[in-house]
Design a protein around this ligand. Structure first.
Ligand SMILES: [Zn+2]
Length: 661
């Protein structure tokens, strides 16, 4: 691991023209350099390098990026390799994070626990071959339809009836009691005796994603109700239940190859399906899904199909887990098995083709599934139906991808025969609320007090919670959320490009301040004062990130480089969109006339802010007008009219201001 500070030094020191100059002959052209593009064949140079922005851009083939990106692309290196290459070029020592004595001790301890677990796994497997193991354990596995191959592959075993067989065997093989106890394989009584945790049970070892035995589930074959059916390993540093999935080691390649993970509930479900030939299958082992388990799956695929037995209680419990999956941006499908069969029964009763066909034919989109389920409960009760729509809307709001959300909004609206826009508005508001965490709010408050913001026309009403409805503005112009987002992109552009630049207003300007404020503070002060937050969540994220770094005192160029090189693709994409794509259009116009920059900013920054505020007010007016049309109560009408008047006044002042700027 390269420490973060070192990465920062590398990015700060790497001069893009020097880095690229090692591979390509650059010719100076004003503030930039030009060359024939190394990525495509050309005779006239269309490859431009901008030292001030730290980026390159080819106007021929469209390739663009930073110094690190160039090295990665040109030399086919990974991010880390490219960083090391640059470190060498600039004589920066890369001390990869070293292990402390404590780390080493911890690693050795974990390794010891793993070795003990591995030993126990082999011991249980061997015990399955003893006469006792054969007549009880092996018979059971066979009766469940498992073949010798499956038993061997998954390391199934037998924990003997006697109470100290494992601890005795481990001791004589030289393993320390300490580790036997710490893994939970054995326990110590007060009188000092050490006994096995697992005895008289069939054993299912749990493997890590790399195939090491990390835990066990032991099932009793006794029908005695006083004996717990399953005993599981306790959590240790090698086994964290919420991060493990049963079968992941055997399924991961197939999950990635088929780009799909099938999720079932128990050990036997996994084993039977796997044996039948459905090998991309894992189990959450009884617990409802956790975020860590989802992220583990996501390393291999974004698609999850969950197979349930058809009984109601289990499904409802599972619904809660699925919201988590959706929030992680994964596609979830659901298959219900007929007549309360579990996947184990179902796999045993059918052929591979039949099971595959059944899954393909009955795989249901999660939102539809949830809708059906809740609709059945709500019946025709209008209030219950309204609650149901809201619940579905909240589920859709969890999905991070705007395109996917749009698809679901359309489908749900038509299903319930409601206006798509109403649904979209609700979801938009839910998302906005979700995205504004308390912490952000506090940061805004803190900033608000620090800087005197732009004077805004007396806002009797906060402009918060302005929904982004599609509303006609003046005549034929239609405001859509895209229109608002375009304004937001422009504002974000000022921040990302020139946030640290001071705004030098004329002395007689109403915006004049001494000392001058920066572009970033000017914009953020104004937005915070109107309690406005970007409706586009990606822009909002980048905006917040900018201010986090800005407050740490980073320079504009450092911030740009961090963003363009961000490992978070969402951030990097927005940064590229704004810093590179835009650069493509405007490079010829004002890149070379740097003197005009200050004038340009003092002119356009206040203008963009006012235009944005106007749009938000317009939308709020539109919404109140619509509400006015639908209320009958005269008090409510009066209060709406008062609000509309106040908003119109704000709008008039903003427009007036806009005319003057
Ligand atoms: Zn090119």
């Amino acid at each position: 691991m390269i420490p973060q500070e070192t990465v920062g030094r590398i990015l700060d020191l790497a001069q893009i023209e020097e880095v690229i100059g090692d591979f390509v002959t650059l010719k100076r052209a004003g503030a930039t350099y030009k060359a024939c593009c190394p990525f495509h064949n050309e005779k006239t140079p269309s490859f431009v390098v901008s030292p001030s922005k730290g980026i390159y851009k080819c106007f021929g083939c469209g390739k663009s990026g930073t110094a690190v990106g160039f090295v990665m692309e040109h030399e086919s290196m990974t991010y880390v390799e490219a960083l090391k290459y640059l470190a060498k070029k600039y004589n920066i020592e890369v001390v990869e994070k070293e292990e402390s004595a404590e780390d080493i001790a911890q690693r050795q301890r974990s390794e010891s626990l793993l070795l003990v677990s591995e030993f126990a796994g082999k011991f249980f497997q061997e015990s399955l071959k003893t006469p006792e193991g054969q007549t009880i354990g092996y018979q059971y596995f066979r009766s469940r339809g498992l073949t010798d191959d499956t038993i061997r592959k998954y390391g199934l075993g037998w924990a003997p009836v006697a109470r100290t067989t494992l601890v005795d065997a481990a001791r004589s093989a030289g393993y320390k009691e300490e580790y036997l106890i710490d893994t939970g394989l054995c326990k110590q009584f007060d009188d000092g005796r050490v006994v096995d945790t697992f005895y008289d049970r069939v054993m299912f070892p749990v493997h890590s994603v790399t195939g090491r035995v990390i835990a066990f589930g032991g099932r009793t074959l006794k029908s005695d109700k006083s004996v717990p059916k399953y005993v599981n390993s306790k959590e240790t540093e090698i086994y964290v239940k919420s991060r493990s999935l049963y079968g992941i080691y055997f399924a991961k390649n197939e999950i990635s190859r088929q780009d799909k993970c099938i999720l079932v509930e128990g050990y036997l479900d996994v084993l039977s399906m796997h044996q039948l030939g459905i090998t991309n299958v894992v189990a959450s082992s009884g617990t409802s899904l956790t975020v860590e388990q989802i992220r583990l799956i996501r390393k291999f695929s974004n698609n999850v199909t969950i197979i349930y037995d058809g009984d109601g209680a289990g499904i409802k419990a599972a619904l809660r887990g699925i919201d988590l999956v959706l929030k992680e941006g994964m596609n979830v499908k659901v298959v219900l098995l007929p007549d309360g069969q579990d996947p184990d029964d179902f796999a045993k009763k059918h052929t591979l083709d039949q099971v595959q066909d059944y899954i393909a034919a009955n795989e249901q989109d999660f939102i539809n599934f949830k809708t059906d389920l809740l609709l059945g409960e709500a019946g025709n009760d209008p209030l219950k139906r309204a609650n149901l729509i809201n619940e579905i809307a909240d589920t859709i709001a969890l999905m991070p991808d705007a395109v996917v959300r749009a698809v679901y909004i359309r489908a749900t609206a038509s299903r319930f025969e409601i206006d798509e826009q109403i649904l979209a508005d609700r979801i938009g508001r839910t998302r906005t609320n979700m995205l504004v965490s308390e912490k952000k709010q506090q940061e805004r408050e803190a900033r608000k007090e620090e800087y005197a913001p732009v004077p805004v026309p007396d806002p009797e009403m906060p402009l918060a919670d302005v929904p982004y409805v599609a509303a006609p503005q003046h005549g034929p112009i239609v405001i859509t959320s895209q229109y608002l987002e375009a304004c937001e992109k422009e504002l974000l552009g000022f921040v990302l490009e020139d946030g640290c630049t001071e705004l030098l207003f004329d002395k007689d300007s109403r915006y004049f301040s001494d000392p001058p404020v920066t572009v970033a503070d000017f914009i953020d002060g104004t937005l915070a004062d109107s309690e406005l937050i970007f409706v586009n969540p990606s822009y909002d994220k980048v905006y917040e990130l900018y201010f986090a770094m800005y407050q740490e005192g980073m320079t504009q160029q450092q911030i740009q480089q961090r963003m363009l090189n961000s490992e978070d693709e969402e951030v990097a994409a927005v940064a590229r969109e704004i810093l590179i794509e835009k650069y493509q259009i405007t490079v010829k116009n004002y890149e070379q006339s740097m003197t005009a920059a200050s004038t340009r900013l003092t002119m356009y920054v206040p203008k963009s802010l006012l235009a944005y505020q106007c749009k938000r007010v317009d939308l709020q007016v539109k919404e109140k007008m619509e509400a006015l049309g639908s209320v009958a109560d005269s008090d409510a009408q009066l209060s709406l009219l008062t609000e509309i008047n106040a908003l119109n006044r704000i709008r008039a002042m903003l427009n007036n201001e806009l005319g003057r700027v």
